[in-house]
Design a protein around this ligand. Structure first.
Ligand code: AMP
Length: 193
């Protein structure tokens, strides 16, 4: 199964993707996680991406598409994958189509977590508090002001991606305002249907 999770930052994509990994045994490919790892390791890509990420902007399509192209070649992605945080622009969606075409692969479904954006800043403040309480590092870009920039980037560049997949008959919308367990159940139903 090859699927994509769409939805604004804080919609719950990462949480739900983790659950799908456990249930379906396919890897979660999070471009945000890969970029954070590159920043931590101070690779050339990480050094380029850091300031953009810290400001809540989008890393260039070339960099992100390159990372994904390499990652889907890894053996664990052969039987499928869950893309989380990619594609974030129409150019990325088109590049992914070309990558998959070259390999004779197809996407099965694109799930969009639909949420009320006014609740997202509260959610992200809670995510930062939970991380702190658990002794885990708080993401720098979960600062409310940076988060607002990420939301703006989503509305400016990423909102067009869902209609792209809708036109191709791949999009399923999921109500992301329900409880985590209910959203998981709705996702499983969407995948079965
Ligand atoms: P995320 O963990 O998905 O919220 O991503 C964290 C940050 O990484 C984003 O705010 C962007 O700066 C960058 N990023 C992650 N995925 C992408 C992508 N597909 N295109 C551009 N930038 C990305």
């Amino acid at each position: 199964m090859r699927l994509i999770f769409l939805g604004p930052p804080g919609a719950g994509k990462g949480t739900q993707a983790t659950r799908l990994v456990e249930k379906h045994g396919i890897p979660q490919l999070s471009t945000g996680d890969m970029l954070r790892a590159a920043v931590a390791a101070q690779t050339p890509i990480g050094l380029k991406a850091k300031s953009v990420m810290d400001a809540g902007g989008l890393v260039s399509d070339d960099i992100v598409v390159g990372i994904v192209a390499d990652r889907i070649e890894e053996p664990d992605a052969r039987k499928g994958f869950i893309l989380d945080g990619f594609p974030r622009t129409l150019a990325q969606a088109e590049a992914l189509d070309r990558l998959l075409d070259e390999k004779g692969l197809k996407l099965d479904v694109v799930l969009e977590l639909v949420v009320d954006q006014s609740s997202l800043v509260d959610r992200i403040v809670k995510r930062a508090e939970d991380s702190k309480a658990a002794g885990q590092p708080v993401r720098k870009d979960d600062d409310p002001e940076v988060f607002k920039q990420r939301l703006e980037a989503y509305n400016r560049d990423t909102a067009a991606v869902a209609p792209y997949y809708n036109e191709r008959g791949l999009l399923k919308k999921i109500d992301g305002m329900k409880s985590i367990d209910e959203v998981t159940a709705d996702i499983e139903q969407a995948l079965a249907g």
